[in-house]
Design a protein around this ligand. Structure first.
Ligand code: SF4
Ligand code: FES
Length: 237
C-alpha cells in the first residue's frame, strides 16, 4: 500500500493502482469518458487531467493511466486543470456537436461556447469498444484506421465485421451510445459494424437468445458440457 494526498485528503491504495480509480472510489469526481475499470487504460479523451506533484515537481497528467505512488500530491480542481479540461471538452464538442452526453458534461463544466471548427462526427474515438472486444471478448472485430482527421473505428478492411460475434459488449460500453443493436425475428444486428447473425432458439422456452456464431466461439473456448449452450440463461438459472 502507498499513502498520498488528493486535494489535501490523505488516501491509501495499492501501489500501481490508477489514480482515477482511487479518486472515484474515494468519492472525488473527475470527468472521464474513455476509462472503464475492466480494460487497460488508454488515455484517449484526456478529460481526466489532474495536477500531480512528485519530488517537488508538478505536472499535468491524465489520471486514468497514472499509477499511484507514495507521497504524491494530487490536485483535481485547480484553475489550470479546470481550464485545460474545458478546452478538451470544447475540442470533443467540436468533433461531435450533436452528442447529448457531451452537451450535458460541457454544461456542467461551464463550457459556454465552442471556438473550434465544428465537424459532424458521432464517435469520440475513445477506443473502448475495441479494447473490450480485444481484451474481454477476444473477438478482435474492430480497430482504429487512418490518422489525424480521418481517424475512425472500423472493422478490418471496412464493410461487415467478420470476426464480430454480435455479443453487444461494445454497444453497452460505448460512452456516447453510437453503436446500436437491433433484434428482429431470429436475427441480431450490430448496426455500426454492419454485422447480422442468426440467433439460436432455447431448447426449453424457444426464445432466441444468442447468435449461433457466438455460441460456437464460446464452445471452442469453454470447457463445458456440449449441450450447455442449448438452453438460455433464464431457463438455466
Ligand atoms: S464507437 Fe463508441 S466506444 Fe467505440 S471508439 Fe467510438 S465512441 Fe468509443
Ligand atoms: S478517462 Fe483518462 S484520458 Fe479518458
Amino acid at each position: 500500500m502507498v499513502s498520498f494526498k488528493i486535494d489535501g485528503r490523505s488516501v491509501e491504495a495499492k501501489e500501481g493502482t490508477y489514480l482515477l480509480e482511487v479518486a472515484l472510489d474515494a468519492g472525488i469526481e473527475i470527468p472521464h469518458l474513455c476509462y472503464n475499470e475492466s480494460v487497460k487504460p488508454y488515455g484517449a479523451c484526456r478529460l481526466c487531467l489532474v495536477e500531480v506533484s512528485r519530488k517537488g515537481k508538478s505536472r499535468m497528467t491524465t489520471s486514468c493511466n497514472y499509477p499511484v505512488m507514495e507521497g504524491i500530491e494530487v490536485l483535481t480542481q485547480t484553475d489550470k486543470v479546470l481550464r485545460a479540461r474545458r478546452m478538451i471538452m470544447e475540442l470533443l464538442l467540436s468533433m461531435c456537436p450533436g452528442d447529448k452526453l457531451l452537451q450535458e458534461m460541457a454544461e456542467e463544466m461551464g463550457v459556454r461556447e465552442v471556438r473550434f471548427k465544428k465537424e459532424d462526427k458521432d464517435c469520440i474515438l475513445c477506443g473502448l469498444c475495441a479494447r473490450v472486444c480485444d481484451e474481454i471478448v477476444g473477438a478482435h472485430a474492430i480497430q482504429f484506421a487512418f490518422r489525424g482527421d480521418r481517424r475512425e473505428m472500423v472493422p478490418p478492411f471496412g464493410g461487415e465485421a467478420m470476426n464480430c460475434i454480435a455479443c453487444g459488449a461494445c454497444v453497452v460500453v460505448c460512452p456516447v451510445n453510437v453503436i446500436g443493436m437491433k433484434e428482429e425475428g431470429d436475427e441480431r444486428t450490430i448496426l455500426r459494424w454492419k454485422r447480422t447473425l442468426k440467433m439460436k432458439p432455447c431448447k426449453v422456452c424457444g426464445n432466441y437468445f444468442a447468435p449461433w456464431f457466438q455460441l460456437e466461439k464460446f464452445k471452442e473456448k469453454a470447457k463445458l458440457p456440449k449441450d450447455f449452450f442449448d438452453v438460455c440463461f433464464t431457463c438455466r438459472s
